[in-house]
Write a protein that binds this ligand. Structure first.
Ligand code: AGP
Length: 604
């Protein structure tokens, strides 16, 4: 997720911007930049990679008098991580920083280019500053131009604009991406994407609401709401602890990332859905020409999202799909044919085993695609095509939002391929797209569910093991739930196909054997229910997750009844993530940094 900072005041603007960006490093980024207007002149610096590179570039830049400045750390969504694509973006005499996705940037860019505007970057953001200057040229009034520009943007944004003709003003607007403004008794103004950069600088802060826009000057903070009415700031005190601020008050980054899933999935979907089709402007449809099989290859949680995807590709795209564990595949002398699209899935884009299989596929002449969360990573640079999951940085070693966004991308991709292969009717495609739009709602964490799981987790702190069981696409979700529990609680857990329990594992059934049973209402419910009843009849302790009450369960986690098994999938995903979180917390483990594990396994 990108990070934004802004400052207006007499202090060392450069230092305030750079230290603010440092406080936002936890959000993840691949480039950074600042722009400062001082003595009527703009200074702009950008650097790829870590902030130390930007600090090096600005080391001789002095800001020792009144100035306005904006800064940005970029997590690439449109366009590679390069200096040209780094923010702030320049117009003729204005700069802009932006966090979010401008859905209608292509149309705006086309119109601006018709007016002869030259774009330097590949980003969606750059249209904001050129649109602002186009409107300023027409109206001659900076605030009117800014307001008009904001009204023309569609999508998610938190944005700051500074312009040479108003050297004591910073314009702001917020819709869908977070931003706050801080003030103090010295008439300084501070902006940031989250509150940690403002701790120790601002006396009180106002968290902008969606639709808020306005400007600050030395003596003013002027806010207009989504209806264009002036609104009073709603000031609150800042927390004093920076680390808890980075966790936004959650106990662990993993907990925060579970709660973030609804918002990041909205980002994953943004700009990729129309009523009738899926759009991936980062891939060429020809990638699938002549392809008769999709082979998915990954490790760990990414393997589980790949396994989930295989059900969707065969069900919706009517294409053969096979799934490989990378560490097995690379030593298996596999048969690879050129009509296979080789897809690797990786949150980090650096996992050694997965990266090696990508090299094998390329060497064998297969077309390759990577589903990844980190632009410019090794796999992204190597694959023929890439679809970014846009989950933002994932700090918790135990993956959550990366998994959620991977499955979301795969659901979209299965429909994208279905359209190419004409394997779904137009109405079915529209229905599926309608369901996709409901994922952000389905992944909102309900307090009731979390409280229930917090309470019942006390009963699962021992025992001789857990089975997570599910059928069809809920089998990979069972695997994922078991992996989450193993990773952060250190208790043994296995994911198993519900129908397989009678072929051996049921011998383990007794009260000390905990079975977490996934019982979706809309997919093989009766079959799954009878499998669970077999275990219950042998006195196994059952925790059922379902929208339908299940009287044979010792514990029951209720999810909302929904229209489709895929929405049940996402709700049950939240439940198994929270269950592992709460058990781990009760056991006193370090949820974010579990023993023996690394966030990215770059060695084999
Ligand atoms: C998941 O919770 C684990 N951290 C681990 O299994 C991880 O998914 C695996 O190492 C693959 O990582 P990648 O997605 O970055 O390739």
């Amino acid at each position: 997720m990108c990070g934004i900072v802004g400052y207006l005041g007499n202090k060392n603007t450069k230092e305030i911007l750079l230290s603010g960006l440092k406080e936002l490093e936890y959000r993840g980024y691949d480039s950074a930049g600042i722009a400062v207007l001082q003595d009527g002149e703009f200074s702009n610096y950008k650097a790829v990679g870590k902030l130390v590179n930007l600090e090096e570039k600005t080391k001789n830049f002095i800001t020792d008098k009144f100035a306005i400045g904006i800064g940005h750390t970029r997590w690439a969504t449109h366009g590679k991580p390069t200096e040209l694509n780094a923010h702030p973006h320049l117009g003729e005499s204005s700069y802009v920083v932006h966090n979010g996705i401008i859905e209608n940037y292509a149309e705006l860019k086309q119109e601006l280019q018709k007016d002869g505007i030259k774009f330097l970057s590949q980003t969606d953001t750059e249209v904001i500053v050129h649109q602002f200057e186009k409107n300023l040229l027409a109206s001659g009034d900076e605030f009117e131009a800014f307001s008009k520009t904001i009204s023309e943007l569609e999508g998610a944004y938190a944005t700051l604009i500074v312009t040479k003709s108003l050297p004591d003003t910073i314009f702001f607007a917020k819709h869908g991406s977070p931003m706050l403004v801080g003030v103090n008794d010295e008439n300084e103004k501070f902006f940031a994407s989250s509150d940690s950069p403002l701790i120790g600088l601002a006396k009180e802060v106002n968290y902008f609401e969606d639709g808020d826009y306005g400007y600050v000057t030395k003596g003013e903070l002027v806010i207009f709401d989504k209806d264009g009415n002036k609104s009073k700031p709603n000031f609150s005190q800042l927390s004093t602890d920076k680390l808890s601020a980075q966790k936004d008050g959650y106990r662990f980054f993993m907990e925060k990332e579970i709660y973030e899933q609804s918002d990041v999935i909205a980002d994953t979907l943004l700009g990729r859905l129309s009523d009738e089709e899926i759009m991936f402007d980062e891939i060429d449809k020809n990638l699938f020409n002549g392809i008769n099989e999709i082979k998915l290859c990954a490790c760990g949680t990414s393997y589980h999202s790949a396994l989930s995807a295989s059900y969707l590709f065969e069900r919706y795209s009517k294409i053969r799909c096979s799934v490989e564990i990378a560490s097995e595949f690379r030593y298996r002398s596999p048969i690879m044919s050129k009509d296979t699209l080789f897809v690797v899935i990786s949150q980090s884009g650096e996992t050694a085993d997965t990266l090696e299989t990508l090299k094998m596929a390329k060497k064998a002449g297969l077309r390759t695609l990577v589903i990844c969360n980190v632009d410019n990573s090794s796999m992204v640079r190597l694959a023929d095509a890439c679809i970014l999951t846009r989950a933002g940085i994932e700090k918790g070693v135990a993956s959550t939002k990366a998994f959620a966004t991977q499955v979301t991308v795969f659901w979209m991709l299965s429909l994208y391929v279905a359209k190419l292969r004409n394997s779904l009717s137009r109405d079915e495609l529209k229905h599926q797209i309608h369901l996709l739009r409901e994922i952000p709602v389905a992944t909102i964490v309900s307090d009731d569910m979390h409280e229930r799981i917090k309470r019942l987790s006390k009963r699962y702190l021992h025992g001789h093991g857990f089975f997570f069981i599910g059928r069809d696409i809920f089998f990979p979700l069972a695997l994922e739930g078991a992996l989450k529990l193993k990773e952060i609680s250190y208790l043994h857990a296995e994911g198993y196909p519900s129908g397989e329990m009678k072929h051996g594992p049921i011998a383990l059934a007794d009260p000390e054997l905990f079975t977490i049973a996934l019982l979706p209402e809309h997919l093989l419910y009766e079959k799954s229910k009878s499998n669970v009843e077999e275990l219950s009849a042998r006195d196994s302790t059952i925790c059922a997750i379902s929208s339908k009450e299940f009287d044979k369960a010792d514990d029951f986690i209720k999810i909302n009844s929904s229209k489709d098994y895929m929405l049940e999938f996402f709700e049950m995903m939240i439940a198994v993530q929270l269950l592992s979180l709460e058990i781990s917390i009760r056991l006193g483990n370090d949820v974010d940094m579990p023993r023996n594990l690394a966030k990215s396994v770059t060695v084999e």
